[in-house]
Ligand binder design. Sequence first.
Ligand code: N01
Length: 544
Amino acid sequence: MEKRYDAIIVGAGMAGIYAVYHLRRLGLSLRCFEAGSSVGGTWYWNRYPGARVDIESMEYSFAFSDEIQQEWNWSERYAGQAELSRYFEFVTDRFDLRRDMQFNTRVEGAHYDAESNDWLVMTSDGARHRARYCLMTTGLLSAPNKPDIKGLANFKGAVYHTGLWPKEPVDFFGQRVGVIGTGSSAVQAIPLIAEQARELTVFQRTPAYAVPLRNHPMPEEYQLRVKAEYAEWRRKERYESFGGWVAVDYQPVEPVTGSALAVSPAERMALYEQRWRNGGLAFYNVYPDVYTDLAANNTLAEFIRGKIRERVKDPAKAALLTPDYPILMKRLIADTNYYETYNKDHVQLVDVSKHPIECITETGVRVKGAVHECDSLVLATGYDAMTGALTRMDIRGKNGETIADHWAQGARTHLGLLCAGFPNLFIIDAAGSPSVVFQPVFVMEEQINWVGECIQNLEASGHATIEATRAAEDAWSAECERALHATLFPTVNSWYVGANIEGKSHAGLIYLGGMPEYRRWCAEEAAGGYPGCVLGKREAIALS
Ligand code: N01
């Protein structure tokens, strides 16, 4: 029998948790389906060695509840995966959210039924469910990208993807391990795998920019101080920061203004050295023209390149590990002993930039005719970001069009929230949203608040449906494009611009116009009575 709810929520990561909390408070009946056996999303699946947040724990956490902020104590400056999982479990249980959640249940499809104006949601247990509203809290980096490398299926050893890591600890002790990829996941995992492996071979296509994380136990005095001042920290993070976080040297800092090229080299170096000593992602908050001007960007890139050369002893390895493209245009990585790991004799670096991996054999990875023997392989090859979680599901709108078809030439959305032809389908922290450059916690809290208000407005005004117009989608795509091309982001191949997935368009994937602008667009849309949308009347629907 089909069960009917007011809203179905897909995914119980941080956005799913907040969606259940918020929509339940609005009085909606709910069901949240989650493929994993518990909550946490990214922090549930990414159990690879070294998985850890790189925005300070005090800031990378839910802001919607001061009870949670006061009750939870973080043990490290940057929490690891296990602690983050415990945190999400704590929040879920604290508000008794599990009773609206169903685990070990993957949503395989969602079809809009134009007769009833319901979403018909099909789950992996063979059941069908109905709901008026469907929220896709499926995550921006949750559809693992398994590279199409010839022979992968023939490999006789174990193969792991960082984003689908087993629950049981993996023991690489005494093994020859190959790691493919050098993005954030690999950079976190490599130093720890190297501690166990007999031999570690890293296959690098593009070198990363990594800076020290400088993690350590949480200073108790700092935790108490932030808790006492949380309201003010959150205000600054949300409204006065560059990326949704503000701590540098344990104090909230203002965004830097002015050009990197307008100050003396000594002044610039002093700022960069301070960011370096602080650790983590503090480099995102430097002169704003590093995002838009190649010469300004190069001042920072050259500073970090110099640090890489200092950290790697072998000049040949250092040269291979030093990027030559603009910094911050691929995600900056915060590392713990990454470059130092290459100073170990049992760690080899294989450059596959000009000569790609030819194939995987039964016993290893072949590059330029030579097989690098491995007992286990780690695919740290990233995600079909922003869109993959949705395009891999069978989502069909009112005319039967799939979301994959709708997005075939680019991710068409209105404000990263709604799509034309998909009434009452809300997408969160995904295509067309600013979540890649602003704390995703804040983006999703604000998007879900917007959705809650939208649902209340629909109900109050006697409307049953809302969907974006094609014109609004065109306008948002154009705005995303304008903001993207005002930066250096399109000059570098990254998942931000879809370059890691063959044939994927960059259009509409990310919004780089900044959170204040994004907030203004969303507020105007709601205040103006949803001019970018078509609203369906309840009576009209009943008659049709
Ligand atoms: O994935 P990636 P990730 N042959 O796409 C390489 C977040 N995150 O999982 O650069 C050889 O960054 C690919 O090479 P190239 C964070 O936002 C955060 O590491 O495409 N190599 C690249 O080196 C991050 O940006 C944390 O040339 C191949 C790597 O695989 C995002 O998640 C931790 C290949 C993929 O890097 C994704 O990070 C982890 C092939 N066929 C993740 N195919 C925190 O610290 C791909 N590659 C919070």
